[in-house]
Design a binder for this molecule. Structure first.
Ligand SMILES: *Cc1c(COP(=O)(O)O)cnc(C)c1O
Length: 225
């Protein structure tokens, strides 16, 4: 994709974000657009960077490690690790990520804490809002304990919650899930909410999302893994 083609997609996404912010009476600056680049080559990220984006989301720790290396020359680029990691791969997240959106295990938190240098890693706890078996994340009723345990660790800061609602449903179906996660975050004194993808970021912003994770609307369909 050319930079101009990418810019055209970006304008569409930005327009939708702006409209959602207006509906919610929130400033555009309250929402960070995380461009989800997983499975797209580094060249696609260069194109998005040239179009002005700086925040990129990657799911897989090794892919994050590789792209972090490949693109280390781009100033101001921020990596968001948005997928759960195994303890053995936590070192890559600790090294490359500016923000971790998918904390769901205390052993991973401990490993991140041990490996992190150069400033606390902001972390979102990932909530499996609909209690789906196949889905990552901790159950809502287990979130307060994990938050408390992670807060006790050095080199990590719990900043918010990530909602992983059902996929392939109408956006309105996920509104109650977003709302529930927002309420849970508030009850724990957490101010940031990572929620909303291509399918439902408008609704997520209406319900308070501070970070939307948008892949397909920006980069197109992902290549097969
Ligand atoms: C892939 C992915 C996204 C982006 O999904 P799109 O539908 O392509 O916008 C967002 N969040 C997570 C955790 C993902 O794995």
């Amino acid at each position: 994709m050319s930079v101009d083609d990418f810019k055209a997609r970006l304008v569409q996404v930005e327009t939708a974000i702006a409209h959602a912010c207006e509906r919610a009476a929130r400033p555009r600056s309250a929402v960070t657009l995380v461009a989800v680049s997983k499975r797209h080559p580094p060249e696609a990220i260069r194109t998005a960077y040239a179009a002005g984006l700086r925040d990129f989301g990657e799911n897989y720790a090794q892919e994050l490690r590789d792209k972090h290396l490949a693109l280390s020359a781009l100033p101001g680029l921020r990596w968001h690790a948005i997928g759960p990691v195994q303890p053995k791969n936590a070192k890559y997240v600790a090294k490359a990520a500016h923000v971790f959106h998918a904390l769901e295990r205390l052993d991973v938190a401990a490993e991140l804490s041990r490996r992190r240098t150069g400033g606390a890693l902001p972390c979102f706890i990932e909530v499996n809002v609909a209690g789906e078996q196949s889905k990552a994340g901790v159950r809502a009723d287990e979130v307060p304990r994990l938050v408390e345990q992670v807060r006790a660790l050095p080199n990590l800061t719990v900043v918010g919650l990530t909602a992983m609602p059902p996929l392939n449903v109408e956006p309105e179906v996920n509104r109650p899930h977003f709302r529930a996660v927002a309420a849970l975050a508030k009850s724990l004194g957490l101010t940031q909410l990572s929620m909303g993808t291509t399918a439902d970021f408008g609704v997520a912003i209406e319900e308070g999302a501070t970070h939307v994770r948008v892949g397909t609307a920006l980069f197109g369909e992902r290549p097969e893994a």
